[in-house]
Design a protein around this ligand. Sequence first.
Ligand code: NAI
Ligand code: MG
Length: 398
Amino acid sequence: MSNRTIVTMPGDGIGKIVLDEAIRVLNKAGLNADYVVADIGWEFWCTEGNPLPQRTLDLINKHKIGLFGAITSKPKDEAFQELSPELQKKDLVYSSPIVGLRQHFGLDICLRPCKTYTGNPLNFIRRGPNNSIEEPKVDVAIFRQNTEGLYGGVEWSNPPEQVYSALMTHPKFSHNFGDAPKEEVSVSTRIFTKKYTERIIRAAFKHARKYSYKSVTVCEKPNVIRETSGMMYKMAQNIQKADFPGIELWNTNIDAQMMWLTKNPENYGVIVAGNMFGDIVSDGFAGLIGGLGFACSAQYNPETGIGVFEPTHGSAPKYADYPVPIVNPIAMVESSCMMLDFIDEQNIATNIRKAVADIVREGKVQTYDMAKMQGRADVIDKGAASTTEMADAIIEKL
Ligand code: NAI
Ligand code: MG
């Protein structure tokens, strides 16, 4: 028995594969912890009508720390079809359990670091002067507001009368949409609140100060989305002026940022954004450092101390049932390192990160994505490392 219990949520598809490997790495690295497996994902939607059962929420509430693999989400109609027949009679609506988890526990701070691994064949390169090839070092920490905005879930098709009449009082709504029949109108809201906007901005600045980044960039679209993006930028200006004058505040629009990050990614340090733009810009930067096999994340509530750590990738169902698993476990392993930072086990995190960096730099053990192969079962015969071999290689370095 240890004095720490970690709730593991393998979920669906390759979530189950990579989580097992990450736990193997944690054990070998010397983390003293017990693990309790919690139910989440498609199976529990089909059999219980709830992909995020209460018993899972109870476990997280009790133990505070979760490691999450990935879940599968399917469109409304398919979700209904796969429900067990007796549940089809009930009026159940599927919603993503990972989004549900974030909202239930108010895991409003999402951190997604993207840092170049030396020697990674997937690193972004560009043409320099005289036809030279440059490989800029990316070192970015993206702070994504994780509970509000466009993913807040406040949306309607054919909105209720009260909502519709309230919308009609807005001159832009009545002018631009007033002619459309109510039944043909769909609305997804983008709600930002001061409290949570301030929390994500402060988390970004604190991180910049702690790790000596010279700038924080607000990546939104305040020139067009005036109220929400505008509020975030205005608040960032005030917070920077009052409390972080030594750190530069930059302001980019999400569309321009997606262009700039493919031109001069080395210019950026900490980035802060709302939920959807944070999701987009973090995938963009992840693409420069090796893609989904490398993209890790932490999400936590600074008040309750509850944190859930997960790779950015999904359940990649097409790779879930190979006799020998081929997917890259590094994103999950790096997400567990973020958990280790959170629970003050930095020494173990540093050792694991160093082991991963060594493996990538040496280039002898590469999963199919690193070897630039098409993801198919035969990649192992062609010399790619399996998921287990990659984890073994990391363990051997420890
Ligand atoms: P995905 O991330 O599961 O896979 C996209 C592609 O990325 C894969 O086909 C594969 O080529 C590559 N990939 C992903 N993880 C990899 C790894 N560890 N190593 C090497 N290559 C990797 O996204 P997709 O296909 O859009 O969605 C599949 C399912 O996952 C859907 O049901 C979706 O809703 C769900 N999803 C869940 C997320 C979560 O649990 N947080 C996040 C994103 C998607
Ligand atoms: Mg995403």
